[in-house]
Ligand binder design. Structure first.
Ligand code: ATP
Length: 397
């Protein structure tokens, strides 16, 4: 439909960027970026009339996002009209437009397009050798000042290198080194810096991504207090095993896996350093607590090891987030049975007796109520009592 509409409007239409890259790599990518040599917003409006999705228009960027019922998203961008207005029928100029659009991109592997209209339907547009670079597994910047224009490209490059196991082409490697040495990363706001780190940790191979950050001397820009070494890398490799183990429990938890990698990454920082890190990146409360947890890790771990009674295990683990518990196992998987017991059983145990029962026994409310109920809960956790009657008897005694 898009191709036919482009023909009707006499626009050239291309699909560009990540979708094409992943198509050639044989990988799925559901982000469709369309570029038209013409009025992209008008094109998106007309296309949406046919596809009946939801349309968001961003006039300032000349782009539109079309969301279809099945959740699929189409980004439609416009190549700037002034480049070719009035002479749209001249093919060299038309080609020039998509060429310029592609030249603005970061790496050759992301600067590929496929034409979607007319006689050239399905034709690969490859001005910068992107296809060969994909075949060779090479990441190549398109121009020398690219990283100064946009330092986030360094992080994008590392992300693609880690995701696909690609190498930087020598000149690109040199450009990254030069840009990092010239402190280009300091130009990024802390918010952006953190979001680029997060994207890398969320990508397919977070450990490789961290290794590349280390190799390119970028970790110190995130925090001078981060230490990354073989020992921590080894720990990080355990994340996957622990997550697999968690799956076998069949419990549903909502949490972000990348946070585990972040916890391992900052592990070893002291209280002051973590506080600074949290402030620098303006991390939310939950995330800040997770990072602070790395400080209590050692004592919790040894106390849990020594714990024998169920109630001891319960009171040790109560209040910690699932990420914290998983971190315990990342460091010491022998604790898994205790964590499992807590997750599957202990945390659900509740008592049915309440202050009302104590009043029924003829007592006036007082601070001892709390202790008495706590004692009942402890007995229940340890399996000494199981039902309401036993709880009542225990409470009375
Ligand atoms: P991913 O698979 O991680 O989503 P992607 O390449 O599809 O990767 P997008 O952020 O969706 O990432 O970008 C789409 C396209 O836009 C890229 O393929 C690239 O051509 C271009 N692009 C994105 N970010 C930049 C950038 N910072 N500098 C230059 N071009 C960029």
């Amino acid at each position: 439909k898009a191709g036919a509409l482009a023909e009707e409007l006499e626009y050239n239409l291309y699909i560009v960027g990540g979708f094409v890259r992943d198509l050639l790599l044989g990988k799925a990518n559901l982000d469709l970026d369309l570029v038209v040599e013409g009025d992209g917003i008008e094109f998106a409006r007309r296309l949406n009339k046919e596809l009946k999705g939801e349309l968001d228009i961003y006039h300032e960027f000349g782009t539109a996002v079309l969301t279809l019922e099945d959740g699929m998203k189409l980004d439609v961008a416009t190549t700037r009209v002034e480049y070719y207005s009035g002479i749209a029928s001249l093919p060299e100029v038309e080609l020039g437009c998509i060429q310029q659009d592609l030249f603005r991109r970061d790496f050759s592997i992301n600067a590929l397009a496929i034409q979607l209209n007319g006689h050239s339907f399905g034709q690969l547009v490859d001005y910068f050798n992107g296809r060969e670079d994909l075949e060779q597994g090479v990441i190549r910047l398109l121009h020398n000042f690219s990283l100064y224009d946009d330092p986030t490209r360094i992080f994008r490059g590392l992300r693609f290198a880690s995701r696909y196991g690609f190498k930087f082409e020598p000149r690109t490697k040199e450009l990254i080194k030069q840009a990092v040495d010239l402190d280009v990363i300091e130009k990024l706001s802390n918010n952006r810096l953190f979001s680029k780190l997060q994207l890398g940790l969320q990508d397919k191979y977070p450990i490789k991504f961290i290794n590349l950050l280390q190799e390119e001397n970028i970790l110190s820009y995130i925090s001078p207090d981060i230490r990354w070494n073989e020992e921590k890398e080894k720990l990080a490799t355990k994340v996957v095993d622990v997550l697999e183990w968690l799956k076998t429990l069949n419990l549903s938890f909502k949490f972000n896996e990348w946070v585990l990698y972040l916890m391992v990454l900052i592990w070893g920082m002291n209280h002051e350093q973590i506080k600074e890190f949290n402030q620098k990146f303006n991390l939310n409360k939950n995330l800040s607590y997770r990072l602070f947890f790395t400080l209590s890790f050692d004592s919790l771990s040894s106390r849990l090891k020594a714990a024998e009674d169920n109630s001891e295990i319960y009171y040790l683990l109560e209040g910690f987030a699932i990420e914290d518990l998983l971190l315990l196992l990342i460091k010491d998987f022998t604790l898994k049975d205790k964590v499992k017991l807590y997750l599957e059983e202990l945390r659900w145990i509740d008592i049915k007796v309440s202050g009302e029962d104590i009043i029924d026994f003829g007592y006036k409310p007082g601070p001892f109520f709390q202790d008495a109920l706590q004692a009942v809960k402890k007995a229940k956790l340890d399996g000494k009592i199981v039902n309401y009657q036993q709880e009542q008897r225990y409470l009375r005694d």
